[in-house]
Ligand binder design. Structure first.
Ligand code: SF4
Ligand code: SF4
Length: 429
């Protein structure tokens, strides 16, 4: 099996195909701290792509309540248990003091789903990735365990002060998910018909419906369970990253062909989502560009982290982890970068605070941002996760976002402008 390099693992790993990288890569950042579980994203996707017969159980975008919820049910807990069984006690990270941009989290010393596949025997020959096909029951309840907490403030007195930072004793959080359009997709690796492919122009992973024979190898292999079988067509389907919007084909949003964000991103009520396209070098590295907001958050600052990087597919969805959740749980989900990400998010510096204002301000993809410095407008005392105090200085900076044509599409200030409406009636309420 060829060796490929994964910056998320900090090492090379086995993958069935040689490295080939797209010019640009579809990527997104979700700020979990802001998600309100309104499911607007879920319905925006459903009403666009998966409202047909045989797609009743197909939710390309879903929002699940962690730690108990999941769609399909227990998808991550099941795979983590399989990996542990394949490599008992070995699924660990070697923290490194000399981390660099190509290994920001140190090195993962455990087995990826590709490396652990040898331990899984299948009736139809060797498998490319450790996985399983969920049962019909596991696909039945997308909202199972919604808002079910860990611990109960009523049952047990020990949970007094259960909502004090840094870690709540009674907790849950919402995890919004879609296909990660992985750099090393398990669905591509597993398909025996070569029906699944990664587009060279934007890294979007698609299933060619005319080639798919419905063997469900992709459903089995995708560790995030984002390839889903549709019985009415006998084929598997997955998120298409709203590629007509990415291609700038919507004349209302993209009059000059500017790439636009997907439906689930633009519908987000909680303003947790920012999607982009990052430039990729021929060797697969992300081209250094600190002015691209996705690059800034995911690679420059590592404040947004990949979901289960240890699976090995190099997902291109990144999450700002929730501040209140026990770190052990977050670290098994987002890797060793959790504490640094939360520290930065709790007391963002001037630049980070400005970039965080860009979330959900325009439908067109922001390729570049600029910050214009403004006057100091205040100071706040922030309690850091370790209990120490920090003073955050606030400046009324302006952040500007530019589209693919380098035209300004958004301009936001840190202070929200106040508009006083003139009263029209003496007794107006
Ligand atoms: S998340 Fe799953 S379906 Fe999407 S590209 Fe990765 S392996 Fe394939
Ligand atoms: S639309 Fe946004 S806030 Fe609402 S559930 Fe989806 S990700 Fe969360």
């Amino acid at each position: 099996m060829p060796e490929v390099y994964s910056w998320q693992l900090g090492r090379t790993m086995h993958f069935p195909y040689e490295e080939h990288h797209p010019k640009r890569q579809f990527a997104f950042v979700f700020n979990i701290n802001r998600c309100i579980n309104c499911q607007t994203c879920t319905m925006a996707c459903k009403s666009t792509w998966t409202f047909g017969q045989g797609q009743e159980h197909v939710w390309w975008n879903n929002v699940e309540t962690k730690p108990f919820g999941g769609y399909p049910q227990h998808w991550d807990a099941k795979l983590l248990a399989m990996l542990e069984k394949a490599n008992p006690g070995g699924q660990v990270w070697a923290h490194s003091s000399d981390t660099n941009k190509q290994a920001p989290f140190g090195r993962f010393d455990g087995k990826t789903i590709f490396e652990a596949a040898k331990s899984q025997h299948s009736p139809d020959g060797p498998k490319q990735a450790l996985g399983y096909i969920p049962t019909p029951e596991e696909w039945e309840s997308p909202n199972i365990y919604e808002e079910v907490t860990v611990g109960s403030p009523w049952k047990n007195k020990e949970f007094g002060g259960s909502v004090s930072l840094p870690e709540h004793k009674v907790w849950y959080f919402y995890l919004a998910r879609l296909c990660n359009h992985c750099t090393y997709p398990a669905c591509v690796a597993a398909c025996t018909r070569q029906a699944v492919y990664k587009r060279p122009e934007d890294g979007v992973v698609l299933i060619d419906q005319s080639r798919c024979n419905g063997y469900q190898k992709c459903v089995d292999a995708c560790p995030y369970k984002k390839a889903i079988y549709r019985p009415s067509t006998g084929t598997s389907e997955k998120c298409v990253a709203c590629y007509p919007r990415l291609e700038g084909k919507d004349p209302l949003i993209s009059p000059n062909g500017e790439p636009a964000e997907t439906r689930c991103m633009t519908a987000c009520v909680g303003k947790i989502r920012l999607q982009g396209l990052v430039e990729i070098d021929e060797d697969g590295t992300w081209k250094h560009d600190s002015t691209n907001p996705i690059y800034f958050l995911a690679r420059e600052r590592n404040v947004a982290l990949p979901l289960y990087p240890q699976f090995g597919t190099e997902p291109n969805g990144f999450y700002i982890p929730p501040r209140w959740v026990p770190r052990g749980y977050l670290e098994q989900m987002f890797g060793p970068g959790v504490q640094s990400a939360i520290d930065q998010y709790c007391c963002p510096d001037r630049e980070l605070l400005a970039v965080l204002q860009l979330f959900r301000t325009t439908q067109q993809i922001i390729f570049r941002f600029e910050i214009e410095q403004g006057p100091k407008v205040g100071e706040v005392e922030v309690t850091m996760p370790d209990g120490s105090s920090k003073t955050q200085e606030l400046f009324n900076d302006t952040v500007r976002g530019f589209n693919s044509l380098d035209r300004e599409v958004v301009r936001v200030t840190i202070e929200e402008p106040t508009v006083v409406r003139p009263s029209m009636h003496v007794n107006s309420i």
